[in-house]
Design a protein around this ligand. Structure first.
Ligand SMILES: [Ca+2]
Ligand SMILES: [Ca+2]
Ligand SMILES: [Ca+2]
Length: 298
């Protein structure tokens, strides 16, 4: 598979454009929900933008703003990450798997505004202005060592082949501990072979001062665009945010994801007829033109 990577340093103006298209993305997501039986996050509209957050704005993604700890289950219910499309790996209680239920322990550490210590998954709220986030506190046994990750399974339901996707992810970092981690983004079409498509990683060391109690800081507009995907209509793909092995000493910084924006570009016009229907049409047209010419000659 040809995979052309290029830096996608988003400028504020572009980001505002993405925001303006938010409503269109919500409408597209509503249309997709009925066909979401297999569970992937459905990209329903070609050459469009999907904005994924956890505040109920996107009907395919349940709100996590419920005041309770998160969990994973194959359902679109409040307070629950839909395990048909989300997967978390690198927790000492075990990796989650698509379509199954994971609750308690590392999967449900709590609901907080940050400054937590126990390793695992949290719902973070109001941190700092990003709104609700799915949050992670790494420790020596959780989400460290380079095997911690959050994966989103997507499916192309646009009716056309997706050629390129740009992914922008927003969130926050609370750099109040001695160790630092980076967050990178990888892509796969089979969930086996992943390609790192990150040119600018989020590094927790770049945020805050490292002193205890320092406020959380947002990262915004971190993103990549990658083309040559050739993702056919109906096919699935995987976006994985990988948490690096920490560096430094002491405790680890916590971080969370509040908004993920996926823009897609399709090959050819959306809804264009397939080649299999175009060829017979051309045949009919040829015969018609031939008949017309013969009638003119007669
Ligand atoms: Ca643990
Ligand atoms: Ca912490
Ligand atoms: Ca740190």
């Amino acid at each position: 598979m040809r995979l052309t990577l290029s830096d996608f340093s988003l400028k504020p103006a572009h980001y505002n454009t993405v925001k303006v298209r938010y409503l269109a993305a919500i409408i597209a997501s509503s249309a997709a929900l009925a066909s979401n039986a297999s569970g992937s996050y459905v990209i329903a509209a070609g050459d469009d933008v999907d904005v994924i957050d956890f505040t109920g704005n996107n009907v395919q993604v349940a709100t996590l703003d419920t005041g309770s700890a998160p969990s994973l289950a194959p359902t679109t219910s409040s307070g629950v990450l839909d395990s048909r499309m989300w997967r978390v790996e690198g927790l000492s209680d075990g990796d989650t798997t698509f379509g199954n239920t994971f609750s308690g322990g590392d999967y449900s550490r709590g609901f907080a505004s940050g400054s937590v210590g126990t390793g695992g998954m949290y719902t973070f709220d109001g941190v700092p202005t990003t709104g609700t986030a799915i949050g992670f506190q790494p420790t020596g046994t959780d989400l460290d060592g380079g095997d911690g990750s959050l994966t989103l399974k997507i499916r192309n339901d646009t009716g056309a082949t997706i050629d390129a996707i740009s992914v922008v992810f927003d969130g926050f970092v609370r750099n109040n501990a001695g160790r630092d981690q980076t967050i990178t983004l990888e892509y796969s079409s089979d969930d086996l072979t992943y390609t790192d498509i990150t040119t600018v990683a989020v590094d927790t060391a770049d945020y805050g001062t490292g002193s205890s109690g320092s406020p959380a800081e947002e990262f915004s507009g971190e993103g990549e665009v990658f083309s040559g995907l050739n993702l056919a209509d109906g096919d699935e793909a995987f976006l994985k945010w990988v948490f690096s092995e920490s560096t430094g000493s002491g405790s680890r910084d916590e971080f969370g994801f509040s908004e993920i924006t996926i823009s897609n570009t399709t090959l050819g016009p959306v809804g264009a007829p397939e080649v299999s229907t175009v060829l017979p049409l051309l045949g009919v047209l040829s015969v018609g033109l031939l008949g017309h010419r013969r009638r003119k000659q007669a």
